[in-house]
Design a protein around this ligand. Structure first.
Ligand SMILES: *Cc1c(COP(=O)(O)O)cnc(C)c1O
Length: 452
């Protein structure tokens, strides 16, 4: 094997997305209405989501055709390379073969535009001219801003105020792509005005920004809301990652034993893992799937598989997922993203069924793994991605101890070039590892809604 980068041509961009719902041994539990706690009727989501996306959310079809206009935009950066991390392997002195799928090459720098482009397209087809959303550090907001620019749509992003003030570069990216970026809480919505009346200096939170973005869409005919992770249709759109990887492994004459990704809401992990998981489900291949998360926000490792709200303000439907409780807040010293309290229902069900395992890491070991990766393979990964790299390091070192020649693949979900402030804290010795926040988790779990 002497091929470093396994590349495909543009005609190899998948023609259909893969829907794992068709092959799971049991259906994903339905979302429930937050008030009545009865299964939600799909039409109840229509005020905020495009109809085509709601259909995909509940679809059991195995293959869903990718519209030509979406594939056309994918051509800007897809297919992405599958890269053999030869220098990283040497540094780890491992007999394992390590590959990564490079999703950092999209214009916004992560996997997120795989779904942003699809969501913008379907909304445009339904006559919607503006999309609203929330963003924390700006990864999702910038991906949606890029996608809206491609389809000549307007984009309204509510950005958590502290990030708006302290992380200006992704805000500038969104503005360059023509999106309107509003610091949240804002005086533009009822939700924002209420918060500001109580505390004019409120630094904002993702929960508040979600409330503002949903209200903004629900109160306007021409605007719908979008979400960048967690939902089934997002997992579906991200499957292009694994479908391409499948072809690339065939070209390389290799096949993964261990598939690794970092998990926030679960979408980049699902994107790589689900098309490969099919081989375990239908061909009974021996494979392991490892979802990597921070010790400070360990929803898969320490959460419960329960119905919970998607947001702090209890506005969203209840979904069955591994959750730490909607009121859980990770400790402030955590620098690496992946702060969501829950996990995608599809990834959660996969874990419940024993198909997916979880691993939790401390932040300093993640940044160390990221630095070793940057020094050997050149790419500076996003702090989120460093959790997947840390997972790959652990597996590679285990292979060294047990002298096993396993094939490992991880998803390089994004680059870290807009996250150098976190790297500065690491280099300056200002990062600390935290103990597992046991009390905070117990408190938040005690506040889970009672459904069954
Ligand atoms: C948003 C993001 C994640 C976490 O979200 P998932 O839905 O779990 O993929 C991970 N890596 C990068 C680079 C991101 O931007």
């Amino acid at each position: 094997m002497d091929c470093k980068r396994i590349t495909l041509s543009q005609k190899d961009i998948p023609a259909a997305w893969y829907n794992l719902q068709a092959d799971l041994p049991q259906p994903v539990p339905p979302p429930l209405h937050p008030g009545t706690k009865k299964p939600l009727h799909p039409s109840e989501l229509e005020p905020i989501f495009a109809k085509a996306l709601i259909q995909q959310e509940i679809s059991g079809e195995r293959w869903i055709e990718i519209p030509e206009a979406v594939r056309e935009v994918y051509k800007i950066w897809r297919p992405t390379a599958l890269v053999r991390a030869t220098e990283f392997e040497k540094a780890l002195k491992t007999p394992a073969r390590i590959y990564f799928k490079d999703e950092s090459v999209s214009p916004p720098g992560s996997h997120k535009p795989n779904t942003a482009v699809a969501q913008a397209y379907y909304n445009k087809m339904e006559g919607i001219n503006r999309l609203s959303t929330e963003t924390g550090a700006g990864q999702w907001g910038s991906s949606l801003a890029f996608a809206c620019a491609q389809f000549d749509m307007q984009c309204k992003v509510f950005m958590v105020r502290v990030s708006y003030d302290q992380k200006p570069y992704r805000r500038s990216m969104m503005q360059i792509w023509g999106s309107s970026v509003t610091p949240s809480p804002s005086p533009e919505t009822n939700a924002g005005r209420q918060i500001l009346a109580a505390d004019p200096e409120c630094p904002g939170s993702l929960g508040i920004a979600i409330s503002e973005a949903v209200e903004y869409a629900a109160t306007r005919e021409d605007t719908k809301y979008t979400l960048g992770s967690v939902l089934n249709h997002v997992m579906l759109h991200q499957s292009v990652i694994g479908l391409e990887a499948e072809k690339q492994f065939e070209l390389a004459g290799d096949f993964p034993d261990i598939v690794i990704g970092c998990v926030g809401g679960g979408s980049n992990f699902a994107g790589l893992a689900f098309p490969l998981l099919r081989h375990k489900l239908t061909d009974r291949k021996e494979m392991r799937f490892v979802a990597c998360e921070p010790h400070s926000c360990p929803s898969m490792s320490h959460g419960q598989y329960r119905y919970d709200f998607g947001d702090t303000t209890q506005l969203t439907p209840l979904v069955k997922m591994f959750t730490l409780g909607h009121n859980f807040m990770p400790p402030g010293i955590h620098a690496g993203g992946l702060r969501y309290h829950g996990m995608a229902p599809m990834v959660s069900l996969g874990a419940k069924l024993g198909l997916i395992e979880a691993a939790a890491f401390h932040q300093i070991e993640c940044f160390e793994a990221a630095q070793l990766f940057a020094r050997t393979e050149g790419i500076i990964p996003a702090p989120e991605t460093s959790h997947a790299i840390c997972g790959a390091v652990k597996e590679a070192l285990r292979c060294r101890e047990e002298n096993e020649e396993k094939c490992i693949v991880f998803n390089l979900s994004g680059h870290g070039l807009c996250d150098m402030a976190s790297y500065d804290r690491f280099l300056g010795g200002h990062l600390e590892d935290y103990a597992y926040p046991k009390e905070k988790i117990e408190e938040a779990l005690a506040e889970l809604p009672v459904v069954e």
